[in-house]
Design a protein. Sequence first.
Lengths: 547, 172
Amino acid sequence: MNAAQLSTTIRMHTRPLAWLVAALMAMAVLAMPGRASAHAALVATDPADGAVLAQSPAQFSLTFSEPVSPLVLTLVRPDGSQLALTSFRLNDQTVEIDNPEVLKSGTHVLSWRVVSVDGHPVGGSALFSIGAPSAAPVAGEAVDWTLRAVIWAAKLLLYAGLFLGVGGAVALAWLAKDRRCGQSFVAAALLFGLVAAPVSLGLQGLDGLGAPLARFAAPAVWKTALETSFVWTALVGLIALGLALLSLAGPSGLRKLAASAALLGVGGALAASGHASAAEPQWLTRPLVFLHGTAIAFWAGALAPLGLALRYQPEEAKAFLRRFSRTILPVVAILAASGIVLAIIQVQEPAALINTSYGRLLLLKLGLLLFLFTLAAINRWTLTAPAEAGDTEVQRRLVRSIGIEMLIALAIFGVAAGWRFTPPPRALAIAAAQPVSIHIHTLKAMADLSITPGHAGEVEASMVIMTGDFGPLDAKAVTLVLSKPDSGIEPIKRPATKPGDGTWRVDNLVIPIPGRWNARLDILVSDFEMVNIEAPIDIRADVLIFR
Amino acid sequence: MKKYLLAAGALCVLGTNAALAHITLETQEAPVGSTYKAVLRVPHGCEGKATSAVRVQIPEGVISVKPMPKPGWTLQTKKGKYQKSYQLYGETLTTGVKEVDWSGGNLPDEFYDEFVFRASLAADLPAGQMLYFPVVQECGDATDRWIEIPAAGQDEDALETPAPVIKLLPKK
């Protein structure tokens, strides 16, 4: 490759990348302002929440406080099956939705998720019944398997780009003697990664909004994506991939520098987002994720160039093999140590290894790792020495073994990509403690009610009471009444106390069972005047079932 | 197991106070434009405690209120402006009693008593509709408020502490 070809290659590889990075940065900057604007609020639904209709309506409508654009509209039938409502019209602030079928009798749930003008997604649901009410259908969280598969595949490709691509570029720059073997493999991995990074970002937006794959190009999706921490993973990942490409094609003086910077970028990209990086304590987890990612890239990335070199250039590969086997032990030690600490932080207690899907994936990954380490140890301590000495039979075995290692490494990446869908036990515990909140709005009064934690068991309720037009309401007394008529449990009625911070509280409340409760607030406005406002509130089960 | 205990406990604690009698008016319908003798019937105290005060709010359109004194009870009225003026026997009334309080008494939970006032139902009250007389019953530091008014379409039996009510009949 002469100088002119070289510079063409650089330009070819770097220019689109530079544009991509610039575009992403511009989008990130554009997404920053405009946080404080109000969200759209549902004003009315037709049929009204709780309505009982004589016959199936021809259409539904949702009226909001400002114009919105619908993302997902679903009708849950009484038997729990779901019907996607795709035919709708926007009429000023009202979304008119066609009902594609004649509804059978029973209670239906109209579930909606829209994006308001400020780009924030808002969701909710309205219950209505045909004929007579039935038990409210359990809207099993619909899993969009197509979207999941695509998210998973994009993540796998991103890992392949970062670990095999960037790691491969590092191995070629620092370890290999002859850099031609494995170069095209590494370049291919890098290109996959360059595609997968922005695609993953968009998918992140889709997932955040719960929108289907068809809406991939919607501006709201990308706006949402740019507000997630994953934008930094994508951005730093792209830079790392670009630097690695530069180290492949660029001038030799830059090679080692670019490859090293790219390797740091891999660690940085992984540390920027994800479950493990989000865990506390941050000063520990982020550096650990960084080390873990860097070590994976160094190890896994070297495998393909090393195997290909041993296969096609056994003589030159000897030096490569020697350098690799000398450096790999501390790298694997870092990899294992950081992995173990992160696993302990995430899983918290051994039982969670079995009874959460996160834990089961971790066990699977550990099993694969055990296999990988065994192979690697055999390679390192029995095959490396004769292979370096020039034993061709052993070299062939080593190549095969490295091939298998690669496949296992890919399988491990696949498992790790699966973690995208399984919150770690740590996060499950945090999520279980989250409150459930509802806003009750009537002409006479309105209230914000929060129940903390939002699951059955011992909870505390906090209420803010206002007049119907957002004015202060100095109530004489407030009583919280929780009822669940379908459970046979008599209403739980508790007077609220006034701690003096403008809220009303009910402490040491016990909600015996999860499900949809009716929360009623009896607000004593004056001696002789009581205002009752009520709304349903969904109390979770103790153990969260996550989508 | 704990959950079931909790549920059972909730049942025991909360399942008691439902079907007890309310404070009601003896005569439950009256024609508009007539004189009405209101007899508030107090069947029990507040969750077992002796009643020490009964206060009734006079709704708009109930004019010229005269409460009946009760031995052992201090009778007070609160006067105020009506929302509009009413004609009664050639006189124009713009103010009058808005609340009647019998206080300082002692009516044990196991005894029954009545609290009486006389009033005129204005002729322009809407016949066919219900007229509510919210009552606050005090028993020392405990209070029962018979002030609930059913929302449109709500069954009055569904209320735990409904306000005493009469049905307005057409003028005779």
